[in-house]
Structures are given as C-alpha cells and as structure tokens.
Design a binder for this molecule. Sequence first.
Ligand SMILES: *[C@@H]1O[C@H](CO)[C@@H](O)[C@H](O)[C@H]1NC(C)=O
Ligand SMILES: *[C@@H]1O[C@H](CO)[C@@H](O)[C@H](O)[C@H]1NC(C)=O
Ligand SMILES: *[C@@H]1O[C@H](CO)[C@@H](O)[C@H](O)[C@H]1NC(C)=O
Ligand SMILES: *[C@@H]1O[C@H](CO)[C@@H](O)[C@H](O)[C@H]1NC(C)=O
Ligand SMILES: *[C@@H]1O[C@H](CO)[C@@H](O)[C@H](O)[C@H]1NC(C)=O
Ligand SMILES: *[C@@H]1O[C@H](CO)[C@@H](O)[C@H](O)[C@H]1NC(C)=O
Ligand SMILES: *[C@@H]1O[C@H](CO)[C@@H](O)[C@H](O)[C@H]1NC(C)=O
Ligand SMILES: *[C@@H]1O[C@H](CO)[C@@H](O)[C@H](O)[C@H]1NC(C)=O
Ligand SMILES: *[C@@H]1O[C@H](CO)[C@@H](O)[C@H](O)[C@H]1NC(C)=O
Ligand SMILES: *[C@@H]1O[C@H](CO)[C@@H](O)[C@H](O)[C@H]1NC(C)=O
Ligand SMILES: *[C@@H]1O[C@H](CO)[C@@H](O)[C@H](O)[C@H]1NC(C)=O
Ligand SMILES: *[C@@H]1O[C@H](CO)[C@@H](O)[C@H](O)[C@H]1NC(C)=O
Ligand SMILES: [Cu+2]
Length: 616
Amino acid sequence: MALTIMYLLLLLAGLLLCLVEAEVHHHDFVVTNKNYTRLCETKSILVVNDQFPGPTIHVRKGDTVFVNVYNHGDIELTLHWHGVKQPRNPWSDGPEYVTQCPIQPRNNFTYEVIFSSEEGTLWWHAHSDWTRNTVHGAIVIHPAEGTTSPYPQPDAEEIIILGSWYTYDVNLVVAQDLATGGDLPASNAYTINGQPGDFCNCSKETTYKWSVDYGKTYLLRIINAVMNAELFFSISGHNLTLVNQDASYLKPVVTSYILIAPGQTMNVLVTANQSLGQYYMAAHQFYTDKATFDDYDKTNVTAILQYNGDYEPPTTTPYYPTSTLPPFTDYNAGISFRNELKSLRDVDVPKNITTKMYVIAAQNLLALNSSGVVRSTLAASLNNVTWVNPWVDVLQAYYKNMSGFYTEDFPDNPPEFYDFESDNLPVLNTMRSLMGTKVKVLEYGEEVEMIFQSANVLNASEDHPMHLHGHGFYMVGAGGGNFDFDEDPKSYNMVDPPFVNTASIPKSGWLAVRFRALNPGTDSCLVRWGGILIIAKAGDFLAVYMSALDGAVSSKEGVKADQKWVVPATGKQNVDATLDSGLNKSRVGIVFRDDKGDIVEAVALVLEGKVSAEIT
Ligand SMILES: *[C@@H]1O[C@H](CO)[C@@H](O)[C@H](O)[C@H]1NC(C)=O
Ligand SMILES: *[C@@H]1O[C@H](CO)[C@@H](O)[C@H](O)[C@H]1NC(C)=O
Ligand SMILES: *[C@@H]1O[C@H](CO)[C@@H](O)[C@H](O)[C@H]1NC(C)=O
Ligand SMILES: *[C@@H]1O[C@H](CO)[C@@H](O)[C@H](O)[C@H]1NC(C)=O
Ligand SMILES: *[C@@H]1O[C@H](CO)[C@@H](O)[C@H](O)[C@H]1NC(C)=O
Ligand SMILES: *[C@@H]1O[C@H](CO)[C@@H](O)[C@H](O)[C@H]1NC(C)=O
Ligand SMILES: *[C@@H]1O[C@H](CO)[C@@H](O)[C@H](O)[C@H]1NC(C)=O
Ligand SMILES: *[C@@H]1O[C@H](CO)[C@@H](O)[C@H](O)[C@H]1NC(C)=O
Ligand SMILES: *[C@@H]1O[C@H](CO)[C@@H](O)[C@H](O)[C@H]1NC(C)=O
Ligand SMILES: *[C@@H]1O[C@H](CO)[C@@H](O)[C@H](O)[C@H]1NC(C)=O
Ligand SMILES: *[C@@H]1O[C@H](CO)[C@@H](O)[C@H](O)[C@H]1NC(C)=O
Ligand SMILES: *[C@@H]1O[C@H](CO)[C@@H](O)[C@H](O)[C@H]1NC(C)=O
Ligand SMILES: [Cu+2]
C-alpha cells in the first residue's frame, strides 16, 4: 500500500517536472517560389525560408512548437508533421481535406505541434498533392532534459535527407495527370540534401560533402523524403548500426545497407575508423513493380564522406559501395533487412483485438464515360474503395455533425475473396473499384489489427508503404503470398516488434500491424492513393486515416469511344493502334467497341504513343 502511494507521488512529481521543463518554440515558415538549377536546368520550386531542403526543427521530447506558415507561393498547400502523434490535437495535423482545407496563396495558418512520446528523427512536409517534393525538412527530437538516449552519446550528428528531383514543374504535371490520366512521372534523379551527386549531369561541383574526424562516432539521421520510391542506402567501407526508426528505439542492427521507405526516418551510428580518404554514400531505388514497366529513376545519388586531415588520397575518386548497395530489384535484400527490425525493449503489443481488418491494396482501372468520351482512370483502392476528396474536410464534417460528406461503411474485409496474388487475375472482375469517401469508425480504446495485402490486380503488385497518422503501430508480421488466417498469425512477433508510423506491404505479400485507438482527434493521409479514414469516437472525436504513400489516381482523356480499331472479338491479341493521348510510356486502360459491336475493356501498354494491348 505504502509503496503504491510512493509510486503515485513519484509519478506526480515526474509529471510536474515534465510540465516545467517542456519548452515552447515558435517558428515562422515562409513559403515562396525560388529558382533552383539541378541537372543542367533551372526551374522555380516552392521552398520554405529560402531553403531546400527546408529548415530543421530542433526540440526535446515533450516540447511544443508553434509554426506560423505564410503561403507566399503560387499554389495552395498544407503542412504535416509526419510521425508526430499530436495527442488530442488533430486540427494541426495537416492533410488537406481530412483535417483542414489548404492554405491559399497570400494566406497564413498557425500549427501547434505537440511532441509526446517521440524521440529520434521525424520530418515535416507539405501535404497537398505533390508539393511535398520540395517543401520538407527534418525534425530532430532530443531526449528530454535530464534524460539520455539508451545508446552512447555520438561525437556529432549529421542529417541526410533523401529527395527526388524533377527537371520540370512536377506539381503542374501531377495536376494534369490527376485531371487527365496516365501513370505518375518518375523523377529525373534522387538527391542527398538537395544534391544529385557526382554521377548526374551538371552536378559534380555541388555534390554534398560530409567531413569526419578519424576515430569519432557519428549519428546519421536519415529521412526518405522522395515522392514514390523505397531506397537502398549504403556507405562505402563503413557499416551502419541502425538504432532508431520513426522516432522509436530499435535493437541495434549492424548492416552494410539500409532499405528506407518514403516517409520513414532512421537513425544510424557510423564509426569513422577506415583509412583516411573519400567514400561515397550512395542510394538508389528498390524497384518492385513488374519488369515490363521499368520506367523508374535508375540514377545513383551520391554524397561524399571525407576524412579530415593532411593526407594523400589513396584513390583519385572516392570508393563506391559496389558490393554493399543491393541491385535495384534485389527482393531478398529488401525482405532480409526488414526482418531484422525489433524494438529495443519488450513492448506491450495489443492482444485484446476488437477490430480486425483485412485490407486489400490494389491498383485499379476505372472507365468513365462522359458525353461520349471514355476516360480510363488508374486509381488505387483499399478493399475496392478508391478515396474521393470531400469538399469539406472530414474532421470538420465529423465535429460539426455535417452529413453527406462521407459514409461510415468502410469494409473490414474485401467484398470478394479471390487469389489476390495470381498472375492471371480476370481483368473484368478485379479491375474496377468503387469511388467513395468511406470511413471506418472505432470506439475509443479499441485494439485494432490491420492486415494489408498487396493485390496483383493489373499485374501491378508492388511494395506499398502504409502510414498511420496520430498513432504509431506495431509491425507484428509480414510475409509473402496470400495471408493465411490460420498459419500466419503464429509467426507474429508479439514480444518486440518495431513501433513505427510507416511500413511497407511487400510486393505479392502481406503486412500485419496492431495499434490502440487512444488518440481522439487524429486523422488522415494521402488521399490520392485511395484510403481508409478511421474515426474513433470518444467523449472527444477522433479520426485516423491510412493509405498508401506511393501513388495517385490518374486518368487520361483521348480514347474516343467512336475511335475505330479493328480488333478480333475473342482470343488474346496484340493491338497496334495510335493513341491521340500524348502519353509515351504508361500503363493505361482502354475501352472500346470491337468489330462485333461489343464493349471491350483491356489493359494496355503505351510506348511512344503506340498502344499494345492484350485483349482477352
Ligand atoms: C526564375 O527564372 C525565370 C527565367 O530564368 C525568371 O523569369 C523568373 O523571374 C525567376 N523566378 C524567380 C522567383 O526568381
Ligand atoms: C494571418 O491571417 C489572418 C486571417 O486568417 C489575418 O488576420 C492576419 O493578418 C494574417 N497575418 C499575417 C501576418 O499576414
Ligand atoms: C547527361 O547528358 C548527356 C549529354 O547531354 C545525355 O546524353 C545524357 O542522357 C544525360 N544523362 C542523364 C542521366 O540525364
Ligand atoms: C561490417 O559488419 C560485418 C558483419 O558484422 C563484418 O563482417 C564486416 O567486417 C564489417 N565491415 C566493416 C567495414 O566494419
Ligand atoms: C570500426 O568500428 C566498428 C564499429 O564500432 C567496429 O565494428 C569495427 O571493428 C571497427 N573497424 C576497425 C578497422 O577498427
Ligand atoms: C548505378 O549503380 C549501379 C551499380 O550499383 C550500376 O549498375 C548502374 O549502371 C548505375 N546507374 C547509373 C545511371 O549510373
Ligand atoms: C477487451 O476489450 C473490450 C472492448 O474494449 C473490453 O470490453 C474488454 O474488457 C477487454 N477485455 C480484456 C480482457 O481486456
Ligand atoms: C458513352 O456514352 C455515350 C452517351 O453519352 C454513348 O453514346 C456511348 O455509347 C458510351 N460509350 C461507351 C463505350 O459506353
Ligand atoms: C448528428 O446528426 C444526426 C443526423 O442528422 C442526428 O441524428 C444526431 O442527433 C446529430 N448528433 C449530434 C451530436 O448533434
Ligand atoms: C469493386 O467495385 C466495383 C464497383 O462497384 C465492382 O464493379 C467490382 O465488381 C468490385 N470488385 C471487387 C473485386 O469486389
Ligand atoms: C499478367 O502476367 C501474366 C504472366 O506474365 C500474363 O499471363 C497475364 O496475361 C498478365 N495479365 C495482365 C492483366 O496483364
Ligand atoms: C513522346 O515521344 C515523342 C517522340 O519520341 C516526343 O516527340 C514527345 O515529346 C514525347 N511526349 C512526352 C509527353 O514526353
Ligand atoms: Cu504522417
């Protein structure tokens, strides 16, 4: 009894201490357009405070930051504090149309960013279509005053932001794609702290350099801020010791490379104890989509780790991590890295699961006929629902009890069970999804399990990074093939699974996560890829929204319904036809009448404007 009271008193004292010591910070973020030159070409990009990447926010665990955002740019946007749980503070989370409407040009908005249990590295980014490609920066969260990291104090720290560069106005192109169609563009190069590095045109002079002292140990805070791609990252001659992901500590993983998904953040320790010289840090894409659509960014982005001191470099060019950076399509390197991740300590995994969801992530193709013009629209879906933005943000609609903006019938299971990983899915049955703004409602305190399955609809199964706002989740399992409800749960890690905010569903496989709905009032994520919005009720309100990070809906006008192609009615045939769409290389759907007058739907590959389609 006495012990219990002591404990409570200590707890109270601890809380008071926290309240006294947590700091409040204020920042002004001014968004403007600014010209930047990369890859030999100059273009105007959106930046914050004249910096690309944007300014770093430094806090201690438990602090609060107010950020006044002034939009002096030419495009509407919001900002999001990726991985910050924001307890009971959903209005400041940021996703457009989920927690707020975008900040219009010449307007301002103040975010209150509340840090709670996070410790490590996170990041902030714009959350309106693809504006985040240049509007982003690091968030460094140090241990609270008087506490220390469970790992030895490094001698110094370095931030590495991995980004993607487009030589054209990608926001415009994405807006056009969203309106008219086609796959989303691949970047022209990846960047490290804004620079493509030695292997890209017109980039050698400005390659990012990091100087180290022999014998010191450094903490690298690595952020994947690219739009769409998972990346392998390696430093020639130096192992990495991964100690923290998504601002949560891990058991140390000594590795020669990491795999980092868009949205993820990783802290690694690096000891500078190799012979004095220059070593490349290099990254490139981990590509999991099928080989026929290989139009991805194949550049190798590099920065240089160089030892301080007076020495003759042993080589004229820096060492390249040839043997440690896995090849673009090294699926096993991806899987074996992910299997190593474990929380530093045993954790309290939710076991009283009251909501269990099996969610199929697929890429779909919709055919919309408006006044005789058939638009084929690539869209992503979760359980066959493709998310549609409401025009009043969901949180406001929920809070103000405004009806008609969403429905609370997001399904716990796919409407139809089939062999999700088949290489031969019947096109017509699986290709279409349902457009809608569907939300899943959770009671406060529920323990939730979500199993995501990457379906092979359109032969397009690939890794999909999933991200949860307002909460972290335990990644309890992942595997290949269709989820086996009897066998697969036996392999769950119920002891020390990693606690993260972003994890990938593996290509042709599944991902199982668990979380507690304990944060009334959180929300959202990338609407374009289709998604679920979860609202958890409490005395307060709560919305959690989850979706794939890696794609967007797109569609293309131009396949006119009256266009005549001579196509046999049956059998698999290649069609040769010209598409007046301006699309060069893309996966599109085509819908037309065959010579018998029947409507035919098919998936087509467009190359240089020529269509070759398989008609079944
Ligand atoms: C960017 O460069 C273009 C052409 O070089 C110029 O017209 C424009 O004013 C510049 N924009 C800014 C924001 O400096
Ligand atoms: C910020 O916006 C508000 C309206 O939302 C306006 O009243 C205020 O003057 C603006 N502040 C600045 C510094 O522009
Ligand atoms: C670099 O420039 C050369 C010459 O202009 C060009 O042929 C090549 O395609 C460029 N490489 C990349 C990756 O853009
Ligand atoms: C990296 O770690 C591996 C496995 O622990 C070890 O075999 C290798 O020698 C290490 N390399 C360096 C450069 O320390
Ligand atoms: C360099 O440091 C790493 C990490 O502490 C250690 O594992 C490795 O053995 C060291 N290598 C040399 C050559 O000292
Ligand atoms: C990137 O590096 C890989 C080896 O890791 C190499 O095969 C490829 O040619 C490089 N690509 C470019 C564009 O330099
Ligand atoms: C499990 O959760 C339900 C609903 O939240 C609750 O009523 C029940 O008491 C819980 N059971 C246990 C064993 O915690
Ligand atoms: C599209 O709709 C028009 C009427 O607006 C109709 O005449 C046409 O047959 C439809 N096309 C297809 C492929 O269904
Ligand atoms: C919300 O609206 C519904 C339907 O209009 C109504 O039945 C319900 O009582 C309202 N709830 C609140 C809390 O206003
Ligand atoms: C998905 O929804 C669409 C539209 O309602 C429907 O045509 C299709 O059959 C559904 N697909 C599956 C696999 O449930
Ligand atoms: C998917 O790939 C398989 C095997 O490569 C092929 O037989 C099938 O026709 C493809 N289906 C579609 C919809 O492209
Ligand atoms: C498509 O390819 C043609 C021929 O190579 C080229 O003229 C055209 O500019 C390309 N269009 C796009 C949108 O890349
Ligand atoms: Cu986020």
